[in-house]
Design a protein around this ligand. Structure first.
Ligand code: NDP
Length: 287
């Protein structure tokens, strides 16, 4: 006799745009490896449709969703509960549907902390220079705080936005500096961790700071770019013999934590990592 088909659960990515995302490849590989009958879909959602989209997560069989730009803040008001970390980060990137309750969480913080620990287990105590003050920079600050990196400098084009970040994240102590070449030159000399959390660098020929400044970095400096692929910054740092980390590992770790929240199962990290690399390398333009 034929076994009744296992129910197919649904998950998806809410954002606008979402077509370029690597998350379907990463999550589907993990769900299949775990033998969970679920489909991870793309749910392109203009702002006017966010309320309806989030309400649709309450349907039977929907395990939850990821949330990406520009809705990470907007979805908060539509959920039954939001974790303290997501509130602090000012961003929900994962929604879990359980017992008719929608809970919001932030797994980007864990994603960055886990990715950093893999390449630099002894990051605590290093001075960090973060370029950018958007959502990703907030997650990085919280992750560094968790790891024990306490000397953190923020440089952002819009200084007001950087100051708002420091106020929002109190009592974490942050120093804001001007986003100009002379100041960046001084700050690169003293940092042991340089993190590009701006959206600059995705295209070749772009860099968030003059590449000549890399010569002033100490040889032990780790250069991180949250972009998911090779950038001019990472290439130049590697040429100087510095250790580098791109954003793919953070993406995989945030996805792994989200999967664990939805399913209660341990994430198959290496399978997710391979799926991410494969999707990135075949697509070339993934964000
Ligand atoms: P936001 O839009 O929230 O912030 C963008 C940041 O980039 C701001 O600090 C902005 O400065 C800065 N910026 C944009 N254009 C310029 C420019 N021309 N010159 C200088 N600074 C500029 O984006 P997110 O914080 O969400 O994302 C930032 C990057 O991190 C993106 O590339 C994103 O793909 C990546 N990311 C990677 C993740 C991962 O898992 N690897 C997770 C999340 C994000 P200003 O405030 O002055 O406008």
């Amino acid at each position: 006799m034929k076994e009744p088909a296992a129910p197919t659960f649904r998950l998806g990515l809410i954002g606008d745009p979402v077509a370029h995302s690597l998350s379907p490849a990463i999550q589907q590989a993990a769900l299949d490896a775990l033998g969970i009958h679920a489909r991870y879909e793309l749910w392109p959602t203009p702002l006017a449709e966010v309320t309806v989209r989030v309400a649709s997560l309450r349907k039977p069989g929907v395990l939850g969703a990821n949330v990406t730009v520009p809705h990470k803040l907007a979805v908060m008001a539509l959920l039954d509960e939001v974790s303290p970390l997501a509130r602090q980060a000012g961003a929900v990137n994962t929604i879990v549907h359980r017992d008719d309750c929608l809970s919001g969480d932030n797994t980007d913080v864990h994603g960055f902390a886990a990715a950093l620990r893999e390449v630099l287990p002894d990051a605590a105590g290093r001075p960090a220079l973060i370029l950018g003050a958007g959502g990703a920079a907030r997650a990085v600050v919280l992750a560094l705080n968790e790891i024990g990196v306490t000397d953190v400098v923020i440089a952002n084009r819009d200084a007001e936005r950087a100051r708002k970040l420091t106020t929002d994240l109190l009592p974490i102590a942050l120093r804001v500096v001007a986003y100009d070449d002379a100041v960046l030159s001084r700050e690169t000399e003293r940092c042991g961790l340089l993190i590009n959390a701006t959206s600059v660098g995705w295209r070749r020929g772009e860099s968030p700071l003059p590449l000549a400044l890399l010569t002033s970095l100490a040889p032990s400096t780790l250069v991180v770019d949250l972009t998911y692929r090779e950038t001019d910054l990472l290439e130049a740092a590697r040429r100087r013999g510095l250790t580098v980390l791109d954003g793919l590992s953070m993406l995989v770790h945030q996805g792994a934590r989200a999967l664990e929240l939805w399913t209660g199962r341990d994430a198959p990290l290496e399978i997710m990592r391979r799926a991410a690399e494969q999707a990135r390398d075949t697509r070339g333009d993934a964000a």
